[in-house]
Design a protein around this ligand. Structure first.
Ligand code: GDP
Ligand code: IMO
Ligand code: MG
Length: 429
């Protein structure tokens, strides 16, 4: 009954999609537990690139059941668009896609509320993806959200929608002077989505529990990353869900004893999109070089990602929060050719050395990185498939990270493509 969680250890975009695609070969089920279409997970097969936003990255393998769990917030228009785009590329979407009936829906007023709120915050804005994620989770927690099951019952849906739109329209007008929505128009649109999605709706928790009882492998795909987690990230510059491994239980409806292992995805350097503190950020030519070489532009919004060195302080925090048993290191190839590679081992704050990740963004903002410098490697690691193919100093870099974090590298990714990967430990046996 192995259930394996793959979660991001940094600020998202670590390469989770690529690893999930690899691990999916041996899984029966691949499930998403949180977030929404703020995620952009890239899988490159041969020379074909797929970017998945809501559908689990296992969909590119035939015969895998892909589940969107109750913890995910779904924009039905985006989901249907994603389904159609995959279908047009020859991927079949039928009973291999199951959506939890309990999952909450993103409504058009969520996007409007978010954009109004962000523009009001000015320079203090979060820099969200603008997908309505935060406001959708707000409605969920305020117990007025609209779930997939609700749009399958037109009478109940119209009732909820009317009261939610009335509320949203008042807010939009009073707080932001923004235009509101017509319930009838939104109702009709969502009835169309209901018609398309109803055959995929079901009880995801029950299906996963049964699969685990039958000894099947369940792969659980995190979105965003631990440092964007609502509780454990750099609040308030976070997303509105539990991105770390703990979210897998509530977001899928399975107990913690069902999770057998959590693997953290770590990019060989660090990136961040949007606002918020980033102690190892490089505001120089090297940061620019990493962005260019690593193609560090958002898979969802196309925004340039901020780039910097690896940060052991924040990674140790992620290892603890997630209980990672191992990690996958990605984009090692992007560091090829550097004379030296820096790694942050502590922060300096008001003359003190800090080794514990600060809980608040304002304190983290004032932290300066303390670096250790490791020798770089001149040879290419691009496409390496065996540990022995890696240059000596690249191996030293990985061993050094393993020692600092106290966990091993299960996988090392050396390129965008599916097969550009070194596997040192099989997670599904
Ligand atoms: P995710 O959100 O965690 O799935 O990551 P993204 O897909 O947003 O961003 C990761 C980017 O890095 C994608 O463009 C991947 O194709 C690419 N990528 C993943 N692993 C590697 C790697 O080992 N080397 C290189 N060069 N690119 C990689
Ligand atoms: P994947 O799954 C990187 C960031 C946004 C913003 C903050 C809040 O591809 O790793 P939101 O729209 O979620 O309310 O924005 O979170 N963010 C991500 N950054 N990768 C992601 O997903 C992200 N999803 C959200 O840029 O800073
Ligand atoms: Mg991404």
């Amino acid at each position: 009954m192995p259930a394996l969680v793959v979660a991001g250890a940094q600020w998202g975009d670590e390469g989770k999609g690529k690893l999930v695609d690899y691990l999916a070969r041996q899984a029966h089920i691949v499930a998403r537990y949180q977030g929404g279409h703020n995620a952009g997970h890239t899988v490159v097969i041969n020379n074909e690139k797929f970017i998945l936003h809501l559908i689990p990255s296992g969909i590119l393998h035939e015969g895998k059941l892909c589940i969107i769990g109750n913890g995910v917030v779904i924009d039905p228009a985006c989901l249907i668009e994603e389904m159609d785009a995959l279908i047009s590329r020859g991927i079949s979407i039928g009973d291999n896609l199951l959506i939890s009936k309990n999952a909450h829906l993103i409504m058009p007023y969520h996007m409007a509320l978010e954009s109004a709120s962000e523009s009001l915050m000015g320079s203090r804005k979060i820099g969200t993806t603008g997908r309505g994620i935060g406001p959708a989770y707000v409605d969920k927690m305020a117990r007025r959200g609209i779930r997939l099951m609700d749009i399958l019952d037109p009478g109940l849906f119209m009732e909820r929608l009317k009261s939610n739109i009335e509320r949203a329209n008042r807010l939009l007008d009073a707080l932001y002077g923004a235009a509101g929505f017509d319930p009838k128009e939104v109702f009709d649109r969502y009835m169309g989505y209901a018609e398309r999605l109803k055959k995929h709706a079901g009880n995801a928790g029950e299906v996963i529990a049964r699969a685990l009882r039958e000894g099947k492998n369940v792969l659980i795909e995190g979105a965003q990353g631990t440092l964007l987690d609502i509780d454990h990230g750099t609040y308030p510059y976070v997303t509105s869900s539990s991105a770390s491994a703990g979210g897998a239980c509530t977001g899928l409806g399975i107990g913690p004893t069902m999770i057998t292992r959590a693997v953290g995805v770590i990019k060989a350097y660090t990136t961040r999109v949007g606002g918020g503190p980033f102690p190892t950020e490089l505001d120089d030519e090297l940061g620019e070089e990493l962005r260019r070489k690593g193609g560090e532009y958002g898979a969802t919004t196309g925004r340039p990602r901020r780039c910097g060195w690896l940060d052991i302080v924040s990674l140790a925090h992620s290892v603890r929060v997630n209980g990672f048993g191992g990690f996958a290191l990605t984009k090692l190839d992007i560091l090829d050719g550097l004379d030296t590679v820096k790694v942050c081992t502590a922060y300096s704050l008001d003359g003190q050395t800090v080794r514990e990740f600060p809980a608040d963004a304002a304190t983290l903002e004032r932290c300066r990185p303390v670096y250790e410098e490791l020798p770089g490697w001149k040879q290419s690691t691009c496409g390496a498939r065996k540990w022995e193919e890696l240059p000596e100093n690249a191996r030293r870099y990985i061993r050094w990270i393993e020692e600092r974090l106290g966990i091993g590298a299960d996988m090392i990714s050396t390129g965008q493509r599916r097969d550009e990967l070194i596997v040192t430990r099989e997670n599904f046996r």
